[in-house]
Design a protein around this ligand. Structure first.
Ligand SMILES: Cc1ncc(COP(=O)(O)O)c(C=O)c1O
Length: 388
């Protein structure tokens, strides 16, 4: 008899990122699909990882994270947001933000609990909620500004709402929630005793002088929030998979009880390199955001020029376009056409929606790419009218 596998694996399929990247490779397309840079990690961080390896930091790390990194995370939190957390009891290092999200959900959710997510959402949220036995409830961020309707959000809350995932700056819309929006969400969380799981991996990717405000800043939410981030986006090191979760000691106890049996500990040498990165001068963070802002502006003007109706993002490193002006095809088909006939890859975000129809006029372009890559994409997009 053939072995059978768990029902939870059914319906998960292959992620749209793998599908698009495979097609992009086959057609030698300029890949503006998957969200990682095609330029390298800063030298001082690479050096720090090498030194850690040479110095013998190659065995299991402390389960909650190496002391040097937990302290660096605490200093970063204090410096950028004025939020003080105890590095011993209130910070845990994880294998990327993805593991922090997964373990947080397993630590918070009981079967049948509801978790509110804003759609479009980062693709790991709903599978992770379901694996924890929870039920994802989607609230739409409406085009063109990708903000939520307060009434719709209020209606999504109920006594069953155990948690809400708040991703700001937001992938894929580029929305950065304002203080007023966070206050509105906080009132609902307080009314329904809901925990806010905040995914802030793009915390330093904010543009035009806009400031990122963590939900944890709101006094009524400090002990009801877990703030998750990672070094992948800020330090151009997505492959190192070092992340963290910041929240109350009670929450950390629950999180660590799960984390110990998922990975036990995260890669030791990269924790030292992450500590070096987080301790960098403010200039590094500012130049990083300014550089990305230039890339955003360039790609935005290209997409606008060829009728793809981009929405300018305030944060993250993605631009969502409305393709209605150039095609009647749904975005998945149009994305495949762009790859095969023009050689440019972008992500159709239908799978980031509970209701895919909402996303089938949208296409996500990633701008954290070398200027040469963006120029090459622009050159190819200049031929867009020839394939329509
Ligand atoms: C919103 C969001 N959260 C989390 C992650 C994953 O972060 P990490 O690589 O640190 O697991 C990503 C990566 O694209 C993301 O866009």
């Amino acid at each position: 008899m053939k072995p059978t596998f768990a029902s939870r694996t059914q319906g998960m399929g292959t992620s749209i990122f793998s599908e698009i990247s495979m097609l992009a490779r086959k057609h030698d397309a300029v890949n503006l699909g998957q969200g990682f840079p095609d330029y390298d990690t800063p030298d001082f961080m690479k050096q720090s990882a090498i030194e850690a390896i040479v110095q013998g930091k190659n065995q299991y790390a402390i389960g909650s994270g190496e002391r040097i990194l937990r302290h660096a995370i605490a200093r970063h939190s204090e410096h950028w947001y004025g939020l003080s957390f105890d590095p011993d009891d209130e910070i845990t290092v994880t294998s990327g933000a993805t593991e922090a999200l997964f373990c947080s959900l397993l630590a918070i959710i009981n079967p049948g609990d509801e978790v509110i997510v804003f759609q479009p959402y980062y693709d790991s949220y709903c599978p992770a909620i379901r694996m924890a036995g929870g039920i994802p409830i989607a609230v739409t961020l409406h085009a063109p500004y990708f903000s939520f309707n307060p009434m719709e959000l209020a209606q999504a809350f109920s006594p069953k709402t155990k948690a809400i995932i708040i991703n700001t700056p937001h992938n894929p819309t580029g929305t950065v929630f304002s203080l007023q929006e966070l206050q509105f969400i906080a009132e609902l969380c307080n009314e329904y005793h809901t925990i806010a799981i905040c995914d802030e991996v793009y915390e330093h990717c904010v543009y035009d002088g806009i400031t990122h405000v963590p939900m944890q800043k709101l006094a009524s939410m400090t002990d009801k929030t877990v703030r998750i981030s990672s070094m992948g986006k800020t330090f151009t090191a997505t492959g190192w998979k070092i992340g963290w979760a910041i929240g109350s000691a009670e929450f950390q106890k629950a999180l660590r009880s799960i984390h110990q049996f998922v990975v036990f500990a995260s890669a030791t040498p990269f924790q030292y390199a992450a500590a070096a990165g987080l301790s960098a001068d403010d200039t590094l963070y500012r130049e990083f955001a300014l550089d990305l802002q230039k890339k955003r502006d360039y790609l935005f003007s290209v997409l606008e020029q060829y009728g793809l109706q981009p929405q300018k993002p305030a944060g993250s490193y993605f631009i969502l376009c409305d393709i209605s002006g150039v095609t009647t095809l749904p975005s998945t088909m149009f994305a495949k056409k762009l790859i095969t006939e023009l050689g440019v890859a972008a992500i159709p975000p239908e799978t980031f929606y509970h209701t895919p129809e909402i996303g089938n006029r949208l296409l996500r372009f990633c701008f954290c790419k070398q200027d040469d890559t963006l120029h090459k994409a622009a050159e190819r997009l200049s031929q867009l009218s020839t394939i329509l």
